[in-house]
Design a protein around this ligand. Structure first.
Ligand code: KPL
Length: 303
């Protein structure tokens, strides 16, 4: 019998991975937030993708089994609370995969579990939940997975199932490239409430995006990283063009009155800039703007 995977974060990507791991023969348990979600789950006792049904089990954070294999798919901002709710159950030498956008929680989890195999992952799969535990796999992408310091052979066992999984020797670079593009596109589109493509059509937005990119490059240089062959602004324009009709995930979060991932994207960059005594005023300005929008949302929700 294969070793069980526990999944913390039963959103669309967590559910997609629950199916992927089930398909490759692992027992899987989703860790759910509360009794209401568990009751909802027990009506289905599994996850549906189109006509396919995957028999997955679910439990609450205080479930009975020790956790030896853990996939973290919460939003980066929810990691600390979610992880602390299961900390007691996680084996010190557990295998952990952190599959998230942004940076910061990967290192935080490693600090909590210094003897665990903590690995990082990034995905371009697109999925959404049309109803609880009923999933639409809208875009087949790739999940890159790796460890920033050691090569763990067990990672190969995740390249089985129905998702495209690639072992990545430069997972830190992969996450950084995503973070850099997200710094360039997401806060600007969220503040100006525009589509990704508008950033290249409007000269003022384009100039701000270029300033953001130059500052990101200052920080990556100080970190000893070279993300792309050419300048970041060229890459950012390319992504904005390719996704011209899309609304960025940050704008969607704001439109749905949700907390964004800014603290693990631009916020992470600003923290590093501070450590290197670098000034990155444009990124700092947009960090403050998004934080202000989030504060206003919270205030509105309180009344
Ligand atoms: O990843 C993205 C997002 O919306 O979060 C893109 C489309 C690349 C914009 O940064």
């Amino acid at each position: 019998m294969k070793q069980r995977w526990h999944i913390l974060g039963a959103g669309s990507i967590g559910c997609l991975w629950a199916c992927h791991l089930t398909e490759s023969g692992y027992p899987v348990s989703l860790i759910l937030r509360n009794q209401q979600r568990l009751t909802q789950f027990s009506e289905k006792s599994g996850i549906q993708i189109g006509n396919d049904f995957f028999a997955v089990s679910a439990e609450l954070a205080d479930g009975p089994l020790p956790i030896q294999q853990l996939l973290v798919t919460t939003k980066a901002i929810d990691t600390i609370d979610a992880f602390n709710s299961i900390r007691e159950r996680v084996a010190d030498n557990a295998r952990v995969v952190v599959l998230q956008n942004g940076m910061g929680s990967q290192q935080w989890i490693k600090a909590q579990l210094p003897n665990a195999d903590v690995t990082w992952a990034s995905t371009t799969d697109g999925a959404w939940l049309k109803s609880p535990f009923s999933l639409v796999h809208a875009g087949k992408g790739f999940t890159r997975i790796g460890s920033p310091d050691t090569n763990y052979p067990w990672l190969m066992s995740l390249d089985n199932g129905f998702l495209n999984v690639e072992i990545d020797d430069d997972i830190s670079g992969t996450l950084w490239r995503k973070l850099a593009i997200n710094c360039a596109i997401n806060p600007l589109t969220a503040v100006h409430q525009c589509k990704n493509g508008d950033l290249i059509k409007n000269p003022d937005y384009l100039a701000t995006m270029a300033a953001i990119c130059t500052e990101v490059e200052l920080v990556t240089k100080a970190e000893g990283l070279r993300l792309f062959e050419g300048p970041l602004i060229e890459q950012a324009c390319q992504v904005a063009e390719l996704t011209a009709d899309n609304f960025s995930s940050m704008l969607q979060d704001i439109r749905h009155q949700r907390t964004t991932e800014i603290s693990h994207i631009t916020g992470y960059l600003c923290d590093l800039a501070k450590q290197h005594h670098l000034r990155i005023p444009t990124n700092q300005l947009y960090l403050r703007k998004i934080e202000k929008i989030q504060d206003d949302i919270k205030l509105n929700q309180a009344f």
